[in-house]
Ligand binder design. Structure first.
Ligand code: SAM
Length: 208
């Protein structure tokens, strides 16, 4: 299992009902099944060939529900909803269709939008780290309740770089240094200069 999937799996607690939206290969669902972490387990993918990969891996006799559907519809009613490897906009549309106790999310883009949507929907973000797995992946876990309260005090930089970006984290520091080095090679547009300043600020927090 890759580091990204390992971190995702480590965040899954015992739950009544679990759904992996966009399960594709099915490794996460297989982990939940083997560990007996949920009474009902749903593997969901909008693509029939992708879902078939999960079915072949886990087996139709496992009792896992294999659902070929849009997660925006299929996630409703589950206690734990995991969505990983999809764009942030897509993840927000899945989030809008359900109200689980737990979200475990790994957006590939628009992560700040996902953080804000979680807090606005009153989900508090309890885990927000970067996994390094060839590339850098944002991984979030949020629990229902307390999000709006946190939203009042959260900064723009926390929405962009991580709710806990003021706490030292070697992987985040490495990512930010790479981003900063890349920005140095880009044209000095107003936007790039602003972003470089932001990153320098967060790196300072990291090195405290
Ligand atoms: C890049 S794969 C990620 C697989 C796995 N979740 C992971 O993190 O390694 C994205 C999967 O999400 C599925 N997908 C995309 N949009 C979806 C949606 N709205 N509902 C359900 N599945 C979706 C795709 O068919 C694809 O299998």
């Amino acid at each position: 299992m890759t580091e990204r999937l390992r971190v995702l799996c480590s965040l899954i607690e015992r739950t009544e009902s679990f759904i992996d939206v966009g399960c594709d290969h099915g490794y996460v669902v297989q982990y939940v099944y083997r560990k007996g972490l949920a009474d009902t387990i749903t593997a969901c993918d909008i693509s029939a060939p992708s879902l078939e990969k999960a079915r072949r891996l886990i087996g139709a006799e496992s009792g896992v529900r294999f659902v070929c559907a849009d997660g925006a519809v299929a996630a409703a009613g589950h206690e734990t909803v995991l969505v990983s490897g999809m764009g942030g906009e897509e993840i927000c549309s899945v989030m809008a269709g359900c109200a689980p106790e737990w979200f475990i999310l790994s957006p590939q883009s628009h992560v700040s939008r996902v953080r804000k949507a979680l807090l606005q929907a009153d989900y508090d973000i309890v885990f927000d780290r970067v996994a390094e797995d060839g590339k850098f992946y944002d991984i979030l876990k949020a629990k229902r309740g307390g999000g709006r309260e946190r939203l009042v005090s959260v900064s723009d930089l926390q929405l962009k770089y991580g709710i806990f970006c003021d706490r030292p984290d070697p992987v985040l520091a490495k990512r930010l240094k790479k981003m900063s080095a890349a920005l140095d090679t880009y044209p000095k547009t107003e936007e790039n200069v602003r972003k470089r300043q932001e990153i320098t600020e967060v790196i300072k927090w990291q090195l405290r």
